[in-house]
Design a protein around this ligand. Sequence first.
Ligand code: HEC
Length: 110
Amino acid sequence: MKKIVFFLLSLTLWMAQSSFAQSNQAAAALANQSGCMACHKADGKLVGPGYQEVAEKYKDQPGALEMLMQKVKKGGAGTWGRIPMPAHPQLSDESLNILVTWVLKGAPAQ
Ligand code: HEC
């Protein structure tokens, strides 16, 4: 009996982990498709700030998700330097949500 419970528990954990990985991978693919990676890397500045730095800056800030979704949609400058980020009006709220949620996790590849 114990063995079965243990087996089911590991199976659940394994499934939870692999769907987690899938969603990070899907977000990373979306970031590639949307052109974000032309200016951003996970770690370190490119044209814009590295996503891990962004995650660090906003980690204790309530409302950061909504604020950053608007910023990516409308573009803007002044938070990280004088180079502006262009607007991305083509992105749906759902895509913006997936992208910024992933950025705020530090942009894990897996
Ligand atoms: C042409 C270059 C460029 C592209 C493409 C780009 N960014 Fe940016 N991004 C920047 C720059 C530059 C900044 C810094 C803006 C500032 O200092 O306020 C920035 C800032 C950010 C920030 C932090 C904003 C803040 O106020 O702290 C996030 C989050 C972000 N980008 C996400 C994205 C996402 C998601 C995409 C793809 C949809 C994307 N970026 C595409 C250049 C770019």
